[in-house]
Write a protein that binds this ligand. Sequence first.
Ligand SMILES: Cc1ncc(COP(=O)(O)O)c(C=O)c1O
Length: 397
Amino acid sequence: MTPTLKTETTERISRISVSSTMKVAADADKLRREGVDVVDFGAGEPDFPTPDNIKQAAIRAIEQNFTKYTPAAGTAELKKVVCDRHTADFGTHYKPSECVISVGGKHVLFNLTQALVENGDEVIIPVPYWVTYKDIVNYAGGKCVFVDTDENNGFKLTAAMIEKSITPRTRMVIINSPSNPSGAVLDRDEFEKIFHLTSKRGIYLITDECYCHFLYEGSPYSIASLAGAKETVLVAGTVSKTYSMTGWRIGFSLTPEHIASAIGKLQSHSTSNPTSIAQKAAVEALSGPQDSVPVMLAEYRRRRDFVIPRLRQIPGVTCNMPEGAFYAYPNISCALGKNGINNTLDFANQLLKEQFVAVVPGEAFGTEQHIRISYATAMTELERGLDRLQKFIEKHA
Ligand SMILES: Cc1ncc(COP(=O)(O)O)c(C=O)c1O
């Protein structure tokens, strides 16, 4: 008898979906390969090269044969440098035993949910959210509890909004400030209230600090610096955006030791160590000169100050002023419900087909009237792309 091959993939794989961001990116890429002049506002990554001192550190690592396994949770050297950088920037006091080096910030968040979320546990996620949160919580067997914010109020989150969603099953809250996609920054006093609220109730507070250095007003700040925060605040960090190192794949967690051990154990049976060479590059990024960061931030500010007024000139379009990160999140509802454009996914597809501009539909981030425009791209591209966007909206609004 021929054994029957069970071809279905697991139930847990069916809980996650390929994000609609991927589809637009793939379509844009296909057009580009066909020779079409596409303006790409989709990519959420800096257009700057990785700074030279960081590249040189990686080249040295190769030349010195630092090309073998390292400890699964990262080198002692990099863990110490991560802790020292966090102390220098935010006044926190983490020990290397509380730090794990992972394969990018996304891997950090995946590890944290795998280590802490049981079947049926609730995880509070403010909307609009970075698309991955939803999928990693679902994959872990958790239940996403979405908290809507109001664009008329700058997508601002408050502790009162979180409080209403807490139940006895709440396990964690995920905060991303500055936010991808809205650029909103959580007011410091509200962040502190959320910390007190969650710590009092025995709920973990993940702070995704991916864009924490790209803040247009005030100085970068970490909720982990509050007295008593170390027990319940879990820091998810990455060098990807701060040092324009998206391809190097280095992220880090700062958590209580028992969670760091759990993550280290998981990593030891999945990825093993992040790339040895990339770890050496990250040591240089975090301990070497920091002057590339304000230079990039100044350029993002210049672009933001061009993009937002330009979007607001388009009749029917509204857009909040991002306070951090490098995304604009305009409301394009004026062009929905007509000409077969029924949702933001249709909008993004049609915009790509007619005007060759790639954007990410708001559905990917949990809202129904927005698109995300990354302004981590050259000014000339922004000018060209926004002219085309205006033409498209004028035609369909
Ligand atoms: C909000 C947010 N968190 C985390 C990440 C993860 O970054 P990486 O895995 O590239 O380090 C990203 C990347 O786009 C992000 O936007």
